[in-house]
Write a protein that binds this ligand. Sequence first.
Ligand code: ACM
Length: 714
Amino acid sequence: MRSITYLPLIFSLLCAVNVSAQSGAETTTAATQHNLMPVPLSARFNAGRLPVNKSFTVAVRGQVDDRLQAGIDRALRRIEGRTVLELARGRAGDAATATLVVESGGPGKAMPSVEEDESYSLEVSDRQAVLKAPTTVGVLRGLETFLQLLDSDRDSYFVPAVQIQDRPRFPWRGLMIDVARHFQPIEVLKRNLDGMAAVKLNVLHWHLTEDQGFRIESKKFPRLHQLGSDGLYYTQDQAREIIAYARERGIRVVPEFDLPGHATSWLVAHPELGSAPGPYTIERRPGIFEPALDPTREEVYKFLDTFFGEMAALFPDTYLHIGGDENEGKQWDRNPQIQEFMKAKGIKDNHALQTYFNKRLLPILKKHGKTMMGWDEIFQPDLPQEVVIHSWRGPGALAEAARKGYKGVLSAGYYIDLIFPTSDHYTVDPIPADSTLTAEESARVLGGEATMWSEWVSPDTIDSRIWPRTAAIAERLWSPRTVTDLDDMYRRLAVTSVRLEEVGLTHEKNQAVLLRRLAQGRNIGPLQTLVSVVEPVKEYRRNQQRPQTMLSPLTGLIDAARPDSDSARRFAATVDGLLSDAPRFEAHSQQVRNILTQWRNAGPELEAMIDSSPALHEARPLARDLDELATTGLEAMSYISRGMAPATEWRNARLAALDQAAKPKAGLEFPVISSVRQLVIAASELHQLKQMTPAAWKALVKSLAAPPKQIGKQ
Ligand code: ACM
């Protein structure tokens, strides 16, 4: 029997380097830790608080327009919702005595624009808050900051005294929503626009057409939405409603019509535009498909001229996205007339043929007043410089495009449909610290967009894939590059996530809705325990693990599970604490045991629930894995706290069992496995601790705690 005291001691040496960096924006924290997300350019907290009580009023100095008034009204309703105080309506205060004074320099641009000035300043003293901005949109951004500052103590609500100067780092901060693979009703878009506004995002990129659906009404070519959508499309009035809703919140709407590939739904309605005769049917599977427009035929351009004329009038934003991604050109290869055309024109390959198509499209879009934008496949020699490159396959294309004179937007690294943890996205910067771009080239990097591809999201689950992770991406695009502290980001993200529910988002609450449906009237507690420690498989492995089509119900356990499990992160932190924080070893030890015991106790109820719900049968191996993790962890804790090294056989058997548990089941995996593995190793290496250097110990733990190799992208 060995004394346990070395273990925490050695770990504390190992972990001493893991000191988190201070938030990089200019903040002084005289008051408290703040919950602002995105972090402002500068925030100077002072002593004092502005009380927020039922005599709260707002006064406006200078110009006021409908958008400003509506923004103030919304802010008041949200303060009411949080405080349960009934406040005076509208601009009831006079500037001398009002709690919040808003001073706007002017309405700004008539429509949200990439050139809009979104800056603002906010000064809060114990007597009054003054929000000043050169434009209405700047005021809207400042109101969100004010709402994020609203805090409480035991007895009352208040806003801490602070001086904030703020403006965005990038002018293009977007969220792309694919409404084509799974249609999303306008209520879904509206609540997501509210969420975007809450974290200062300013572009809704509306991915409207795909192999799996054509989602916008065309009055010129009504067969497009009639035959290509299963009846699930936006009328032009609804599109205008969304554009107006977004404008009220200072958000641009950039529509995407994906061409020449990803075009099956177009061709269902108009096979005459295709590169093969058809007939075509709406695609139901996920993946990359062959149907593509025929770029060699004049009637295709005539059609697109009329179509884009109609869409250009509907969508007021300057930018129009033509997609351009993942066109493999297989139909082109097989079409003799297209091959003949290429030979005659000296077009050497399919990339060049697509550039020919883009160059034909460009004057059409220009004629209709639009700037063309497309995914990075369109970035080919000969592409005119006025086209904006949307980089998704890696950050390289963005930098290269900027160097060559093109403007660009980054989505590589912001693919939220890949189910990666928030920290992965947060550390991706459109212009990283080691960028070699000149100032002029950097200015061409407009910003970035999170991408919500919708193969596996329904209106009930889409919010949980977008939020709260997208709030961290919003911070990356708004805040100074130096704001990088991951622990602090996660701390603020937890607060932000709850506040995002205030605007109607369903990312937190819908998990319980889905679980109740699966549990068929039983108590969902044990199922919540299970689902809180699993995550859907990453990348695009879901389709290999649990194949479904676009018509399949998205109501399984995998749909209830969320990316970036908070419980797993908390468990990892508790295990790290146990192994590194010697003075509090006992407290950490108790916490670890409590969590493991909760997992173990969920078992019998889970089994009973699975027995009574056929839809849950696929969860049976996961319930067994949870039991295995709990038992293994508790045994390891027993060895650790007795300071007794287990037999090698125990260690090998446990590690082998953990390897089995690490295999995804029902499209789900346990992110907590590496922490349990760490406990097993800690227990079994106890006897070696005296002989090992901290570096050797760290390397050992790291190597053994590493997750199994992942299968690559499909
Ligand atoms: C893309 O993800 N195909 C742009």
